[in-house]
Design a protein around this ligand. Structure first.
Ligand code: SAM
Length: 341
């Protein structure tokens, strides 16, 4: 049976609609909505972009959240804001932004400062990865042991064979080492030349000559659409400023019926991973990843957790999510493939 997610509710009570229109109908708040439509941002980033005081920006954000136009989620010492996607009033914000001239000088200037903020952050992360390219494997030992994570991952993904596998943020190349032997074609993408050098050496050591590496950005993948039956995001999402967008882009690389596997941390409170290891997010709740997968057109399977050992170093639970592209009729192996709009 083909499963289709229920359509979101698109109507709101009069009082809620009025509150939403009032919230959107002010210059700074409209500018905030335009920025939050582009990226998930913290208050301090928004303060830097808008050039207004923190209390002022916080007050406007509070109004937008209360009106159901913006989602806020707190994570350790940081709070993230993004345009609401699942409230009935989200359409109000989208409609206002659709009507806004993208060439408006104020909006253009805001977007330019947003690009600067993101570039500075990407630069900071790239410096981190360049500095740690050689010792990345040892940093991974802080988490639930690799052997157990990899065994659980192999169990979730299955033995293959795979037509084509795509490893996003390939870093050490470890996922290609694991899955490329069962794949007709295997491609790893990473933005960091230093990490790609580490991955290249790992692939050469393993004799995986059919695996290719490409330098590129996860938000604009340098690979063909609908080309892969297995796409992997292993310990990458917590570095990104827009994980949902990365998931959408990853889902576009899937063939009908293909699977996206995400491996990342369960929610935790180790701020040091932010201050010392360039993490942006302190793990992910199940609802966030499963929800983003559903919005990307995937059918999420139940999450699998791998708890850390009881040692002094390993502190973090690793979660594994799997989402299947829905463009397939699932109850009959002989049934024809069917596209879902
Ligand atoms: C934790 S590391 C490597 C994880 C790797 N999947 C593994 O299992 O070893 C995360 C990788 O994501 C890459 N990365 C971060 N942001 C990226 C982006 N926007 N586009 C492409 N690669 C990115 C980094 O360069 C880094 O190599």
């Amino acid at each position: 049976m083909l499963k289709i997610a229920p359509a979101p509710v698109r109507v709101a009570p009069l009082a809620d609609l009025l509150a939403a229109l009032e919230a959107a109908g002010e210059e700074t708040r409209l500018r905030l909505l335009a920025l939050l439509a582009e990226a998930e941002l913290t208050v301090s980033e928004l303060v830097a972009i808008l050039g207004q005081s923190q209390p002022r920006v916080s007050r406007h954000l509070k109004l937008l959240v209360e009106a159901g136009l913006v989602d806020r989620h707190r994570e350790g010492a940081w709070a993230f804001f993004r345009l609401a996607e699942r409230t009935p009033l989200a359409a109000v914000a989208r409609a206002a932004l659709d009507a806004l001239d993208p060439a408006d000088q104020t909006i253009v200037a805001d977007r330019a400062r947003l690009a600067e903020t993101r570039a500075a952050r990407a630069e900071q992360a790239a410096r981190y990865f360049a500095a740690h390219a050689g010792d990345w494997a040892s940093l991974r030992r802080m988490h639930a042991p690799d052997e157990r994570v990899e065994a659980a991952l192999a169990d979730v993904v299955g033995a293959g064979p795979f037509h084509a596998a795509l490893d996003l943020g390939t870093g050490s190349g470890r996922m290609l080492e694991l899955f490329a032997p069962q794949a007709g074609r295997a491609v790893g993408v990473d933005q960091s030349p230093a990490m790609l050098a580490v991955a290249r050496a790992a692939l050469e050591r393993a004799g995986l000559r059919h695996a290719q590496l490409r330098q590129g950005d996860l938000y604009a993948l340098p690979v063909e659409r609908e080309g892969y039956d297995l796409v992997i995001l292993h310990q990458v999402l917590h570095y990104l400023d827009d994980p949902a967008r990365a998931l959408r882009e990853a889902a576009r690389a899937l063939r009908p019926g293909g699977r996206l596997v995400v491996v990342d941390f369960a929610p935790h409170d180790h701020e040091a991973l932010r201050t010392q290891h360039a993490h942006r997010r302190l793990g992910f709740a199940d609802a966030e990843i499963a929800g983003a997968m559903a919005e990307a057109g995937l059918e999420p399977a139940p999450r699998r957790d791998v708890a850390p050992d009881k040692g002094e170093h390993a502190k973090l639970t690793v979660s594994i999510w799997l989402g299947r592209d829905r463009r397939i009729v699932a109850d009959s192996p002989s049934a024809p493939r069917q596209e879902v709009a």
